[in-house]
Design a protein around this ligand. Structure first.
Ligand SMILES: *[C@@H]1O[C@H](CO)[C@@H](O)[C@H](O)[C@H]1NC(C)=O
Ligand SMILES: *[C@@H]1O[C@H](CO)[C@@H](O)[C@H](O)[C@H]1NC(C)=O
Ligand SMILES: *[C@@H]1O[C@H](CO)[C@@H](O)[C@H](O)[C@H]1NC(C)=O
Ligand SMILES: *[C@@H]1O[C@H](CO)[C@@H](O)[C@H](O)[C@H]1NC(C)=O
Ligand SMILES: *[C@@H]1O[C@H](CO)[C@@H](O)[C@H](O)[C@H]1NC(C)=O
Length: 677
């Protein structure tokens, strides 16, 4: 609308002005409009390959042209191969950084950024830009009078965008630094439009789904969810799981054939996004998934119908809405790596959960598990919600408290949080023994080399690997790892998956907490290098992720499920379900129902409830889809009955007949007591 308005002003505002002025003004506006429409070529997103980047020289092998992508992160080691920018060899006279678009395009601008570093303040302050069609004859961009000197960065992190007054058609573009602070180091993104005449680039997609491919701020997101709810009132429900510190709601969309209700035997699933507000792709993917499921359900897509009828799905696009608004205002290219990462109060929500790993591992080392300390549902540390967590987090974010509350009151079986800045699925444990909040990347890298075998696996490691694979391998490009990861060589062994603790261990992660405190298996999906992709990339990203998003939900049906009841058929909540050989139990929900994710195989499964005789069954998980039914009927155990009665009698000898009388007398006493009060 704004563009439309601007386009109209010059024509209508001054009807008497000469035609030429009006044409000039509108052509100026035209170029702004063109500029707005030209997306990044893809240095940050890695759509531009390494061999499309070239530079005049490099100061060190860790600072090659390939490191010169916008928002590239260094590995923290100054001498390492993964520098935080392209840096030129200081002895050289002429410096340039070149991008080959592989075909003629319309260049409209560049974004420059300094070097990612903890210590150095290296950035380029002024530069020229030149173009070529053959990489031999170069034309420097003129502003009409002289070579056009652009002003670049004033610090190492903030991106600065310069736009050309008119688009330039060429295949190659160079940035020619003229002055800089510290060493000459640069990270770049290039804005360019594909020529309409050229054949379609391999990256362009014709989205098969007619959905709303835009970025949605808080208001737009709420509106979008409302519209979906109106289109699919029978299978959707909007609720919120709490409020951010600035008072924005953390909206959730429930998709289920019985919204608002837990149906006995139906597993609950969650996708969350936006723990870090600047990682914006997950938010849009969840909004697209809602639209898609609503539409396809109405059109009788059998797969979507099965999902809606068989799973209670919860989608939360924005767990850190305050920070998203910050990143959104800067725009998709102009935030730096960190802007909008933390909550308003400064917390990284993803790692703001209590550290239960240390509790479990400490107890394991003493041989206390499972007799003294359970291997599951480890309670919150005392006073956790009041603060005093220890280490660096001295407090808990409002958002984290809301998430914990939501996790505790819903019997989730499986979930994933959608993040960004890397392209890999990470599975727990996320924490490594001995790592704490204060350590930097170098320290833990050294620790890891020294005691690589100290990593602890979850008891469900093969299941977690399967779950991670099921997302990564259904994603259209996540396993294309031959070009490396976003900031280093491939970290995923070619599979698109990684154990988080072996990669970037964190303390108090949502995934570790979910596994140790609730039944829910939770993974992190890192959707891509560009945390906040340009709007024009949303259709492609939807295509990349659609199948993965759906098939990951379907994994909730893998394993066994059932109901635990007593002899009268009354469901038993809070019963413990143990599987021989897996040192991690799950519990039944309020309706006595449980779900246990397991890979195909034969399992001895035991159900336990205090006061009942435990029962063990053999349950077989096959390769077919659908959880194997495996229910239990438990008999009251006499021994527990006797213990109860002994307690009631203050351990005096037992005369069972007196029990009812005792109760009646107690009630009378109570009534008497109440009257007196
Ligand atoms: C590249 O070629 C196109 C024609 O295909 C021409 O319009 C453009 O000016 C050329 N660019 C440069 C920098 O020479
Ligand atoms: C420029 O670099 C020097 C060190 O090379 C640093 O001390 C100074 O703060 C930098 N200037 C700015 C504006 O950051
Ligand atoms: C919702 O369900 C009701 C009752 O089953 C049905 O009459 C109605 O058509 C459904 N609405 C939509 C939009 O599917
Ligand atoms: C923690 O909060 C609870 C309830 O709000 C309160 O009863 C308790 O005293 C608090 N504990 C501390 C250590 O502040
Ligand atoms: C659930 O069972 C455990 C023992 O397995 C017990 O410690 C806990 O108090 C029970 N919780 C509830 C809410 O009944």
């Amino acid at each position: 609308e704004e563009e439309e308005r601007l386009r109209k002003i010059p024509v209508h505002a001054e009807p008497k002005s000469k035609k030429i002025t009006s044409t000039l003004v509108s052509s100026l506006f035209m170029s702004i409009v063109l500029f707005l429409e030209c997306p990044p070529l893809g240095l940050e997103s890695h759509r531009v390959d390494d061999d499309q980047l070239l530079a005049s020289s490099q100061s060190h092998h860790g600072f090659s042209a390939q490191r010169g992508r916008l928002n590239m992160q260094s590995s923290g080691n100054e001498e390492g191969v993964y520098g935080g920018a392209w840096c030129a060899e200081p002895e050289e006279k002429n410096h340039w950084f070149e991008v080959d678009a592989r075909r003629e395009v319309e260049f409209t601008g560049v974004i420059v950024q300094g070097r990612n570093s903890d210590t150095a303040e290296d950035f380029v302050s002024t530069f020229y830009v030149s173009f070529s069609n053959d990489s031999r004859d170069w034309t420097v961009l003129h502003d009409g009078y002289a070579e056009w000197l652009f002003y670049g960065n004033v610090d190492r992190d903030s991106p600065v965008m310069v736009q050309f007054d008119w688009p330039t058609v060429a295949r190659y573009i160079r940035v020619l630094p003229q002055s800089w602070n510290g060493s000459l180091c640069l990270r770049v993104e290039v804005m360019a439009c594909q020529l309409t005449s050229s054949f379609r680039s391999e990256n362009e997609v014709n989205p098969t789904d007619n959905l709303d491919f835009r970025h949605h701020n808080y208001k737009d997101m709420r509106q979008m969810m409302k519209v979906i709810n109106e289109e699919c009132p029978n299978i959707t429900r909007i609720y919120n799981i709490g409020k951010s510190s600035a008072g924005l709601k953390m909206y959730a969309m429930e998709i289920s054939d019985n919204p608002g209700e837990h149906q006995t035997g139906e597993p609950e699933f969650r996708y969350t996004a936006g723990l870090h507000g600047n990682e914006a792709l997950g938010r849009e993917l969840l909004l697209l998934l809602m639209q898609f499921m609503c539409k396809e359900y109405n059109e009788n897509n059998p797969r979507v119908r099965r999902l809606v009828e068989g799973v209670r799905i919860h989608l939360v696009p924005s767990l850190n809405p305050d920070a998203y608004e910050l990143a959104y205002e800067m725009g998709s290219e102009m935030g730096n790596w960190g802007l909008g990462h933390w909550t308003e109060e400064g917390y990284d929500i993803f790692q703001n959960f209590p550290d239960l790993n240390s509790v479990l591992w400490g107890a394991e080392d003493r041989g206390w598990v499972p007799r003294i300390v359970p291997n599951h549902h480890i309670p919150l540390p005392e006073n956790f919600l009041n603060g005093s967590v220890g280490v660096r987090a001295t407090d808990v974010a409002l958002e984290t408290k809301a998430i914990i509350n939501w996790m505790e009151r819903t019997p989730f079986v499986l979930g994933a949080n959608l993040q960004g800045g890397e392209k890999v699925v990470a599975y727990p444990f996320d924490m490594q023994p001995g790592v704490n909040h204060e350590m930097n990347e170098e320290t833990w890298a050294r620790m890891q080399r020294q005691n690589g075998d100290a990593l602890r696996e979850t008891s469900d490691d093969t299941m977690f690997r399967w779950l991670a694979m099921s997302y990564a391998h259904s994603h259209l490009t996540m396993t294309e790892t031959q070009r490396g990861s976003c900031h280093t060589d491939d970290i995923s062994g070619g599979q698109g998956i990684i154990n988080r603790a072996s990669w970037k261990p964190v303390v108090g992660s949502m995934n570790d907490f979910s596994y140790l405190h609730t039944n829910c298996f939770e993974l992190s999906v890192f959707l891509g290098c560009d945390k906040f992709p340009h709007e024009s990339e949303l259709p492609l990203e939807w295509e990349n992720n659609r199948e993965a998003l759906l098939s990951f939900i379907e994994q909730v049906h893998r394993g066994i499920k059932g109901i635990v009841r007593d002899m009268e058929g009354k469901p038993l909540a809070n019963a413990t379900i143990s599987v021989d050989g897996v040192k991690h139990d799950v519990k039944t929900a309020a309706a006595g129902d449980y779900w246990r994710l397991l890979n195909p195989g034969e399992y001895r499964v035991t159900a336990r409830v205090d006061g009942y005789t435990l029962q063990t069954r053999l349950c077989i998980v096959g390769y077919d889809s659908g959880a194997t039914p495996c229910s239990f009927t438990l008999a009251k155990s006499n021994w527990d009955r006797i213990k109860q009665i002994m307690v009631l009698h203050g351990k005096r000898p037992i005369r069972l007949v007196t029990k009812p009388i005792l109760r009646r007398r107690y009630r009378v006493l109570q009534m008497f007591h109440n009257k007196r009060v």
